[in-house]
Design a protein around this ligand. Structure first.
Ligand code: SF4
Length: 244
């Protein structure tokens, strides 16, 4: 029986999730509960908007193949690794069609199936949302341990990685934490680039729509000075970032 993917949505011309212009598929379901999540409506698998097989998704991808030849396909979420069988099928089809693939993940689900998915994907966009285990738990509601193991495994298999860090004033902007994060990241020789994603309030309306309590309503977006400071700390550990 064909595996069905529980899908939130897709975007044909994404430019923020990996190299080049990309078809971005957002899968449904996430075990994390990040305080700043801007995709709250992806949390529960049952709230899916679409159910499609990998072949059906591939048909959509092939419609824009000409436009994404400088980029490829990124699967995001939610947490895509909640649906490993579907990912395996989709990534295999992309390989057959010579389309570059990226997996956008928190690294929280780290098991044998996740490892199989990693064999089939060309690169990983890994969100290490905090380096301090207690603060990671406050921010995401889950433990940090798996994500760090996931990151080390990606190094072991030499998978190209872009790291992402959401900078949230009062939560993930402590200077020592930024140094500790950068120190850890700098040991990952497979990391090609690091992106700092400044926190913003854009997800707020979805929290309200889903009748969930949004705890960051008084949290400001980071100032330019704060972003510059975080970038300078990351650069001081040799991490490559987009040029200012
Ligand atoms: S991992 Fe992503 S989708 Fe899941 S709660 Fe965090 S920000 Fe939201």
């Amino acid at each position: 029986m064909e595996v069905k993917g529980y899908i939130h949505s897709f975007e044909s011309f994404g430019t923020k999730d990996g190299p080049g212009i990309r078809f971005v598929l957002f899968l449904q379901g996430c075990p994390l509960r990040c305080l700043y999540c801007h995709n709250v409506d992806t949390w529960e698998i049952k709230d899916k908007k679409m159910v499609m097989t990998a072949q059906e998704v591939m048909k959509e991808i092939l419609k824009v193949k000409g436009f994404i030849k400088t980029g490829g396909v990124t699967v995001s979420g939610g947490e895509p690794l909640m649906q490993p069988e579907f990912l395996m099928e989709l990534f295999k089809l992309c390989r057959e069609n010579k389309i570059h693939t990226a997996l956008d993940t928190s690294g929280y689900i780290f098991n044998e199936k996740a490892k199989k998915v990693l064999e089939l994907v060309d690169m990983v966009l890994l969100d290490i949302k905090h380096i301090n285990p207690e603060k990671y738990k406050i921010l995401t509601s889950v433990d940090l341990e798996n994500t760090l193991k996931f990151a080390k495994y990606l190094k072991e298999i030499n998978k190209p990685v872009w790291l992402r860090y959401v900078l949230v004033p009062g939560y993930s902007d402590d200077e020592k934490d930024l140094h500790d994060w950068a120190k850890f990241a700098s040991q990952l020789t497979n990391v090609e680039r690091v992106d700092i994603l400044p926190f913003h309030q854009m997800g707020k309306s979805k929290w309200e729509k889903m009748k969930k309590v949004y705890k960051l309503q008084d949290t400001p977006t980071p100032t330019k000075e704060l972003i510059d400071k975080a970038e300078d700390i990351f650069r001081s550990y040799g991490l490559k970032m987009l040029e200012k």
